[in-house]
Unconditional design. Structure first.
Length: 53
């Protein structure tokens, strides 16, 4: 699995988000792009599941 540098520990939670993204046919971004785009992805995630605390 890619190194995901987020402040919160989101191991199994991120698996759910990735499954959501695949379900909506959004690409799972490579790691170096993920560092720039993770805030956008996280925002999509929060729409589905609410803010991660």
């Amino acid at each position: 699995m890619n190194k995901i540098e987020l402040a919160e520990p989101m191991n199994s939670v991120f698996d759910e988000m990735k499954a959501e993204l695949i379900k909506h046919r959004l690409p799972v971004v490579p790691n170096r792009t993920f560092k720039r785009k993770h805030k956008i992805r996280k925002r999509k995630f929060e729409i589905y599941y609410g803010r991660v605390s």
